[in-house]
Design a protein. Sequence first.
Length: 89
Amino acid sequence: MGAGKYGSCCAEMDIWEANSMATAYTPHACDINGQLKCEGIDCGDNSKGERYEGVCDKDGCDINPYRMGNPDFYGRGPQYAIDTLKPMT
């Protein structure tokens, strides 16, 4: 990770976090509108133990089909609605 005085905070959407056995979509909301040039606690500095005190949700609130009750949605093999052994386009 880089080091410096300022950071940049804004809402973010991880459109697809996945491997062949799991998938998730993760919004990271913020308490601000737009982008913020932040410093100090607003940045939620991990190394200073301020991760959860920043203006943005660094962990996010992911949507994972398996955890949401659909264990047969995504995985390796024909028993899944999306079979990751097959090519995706």
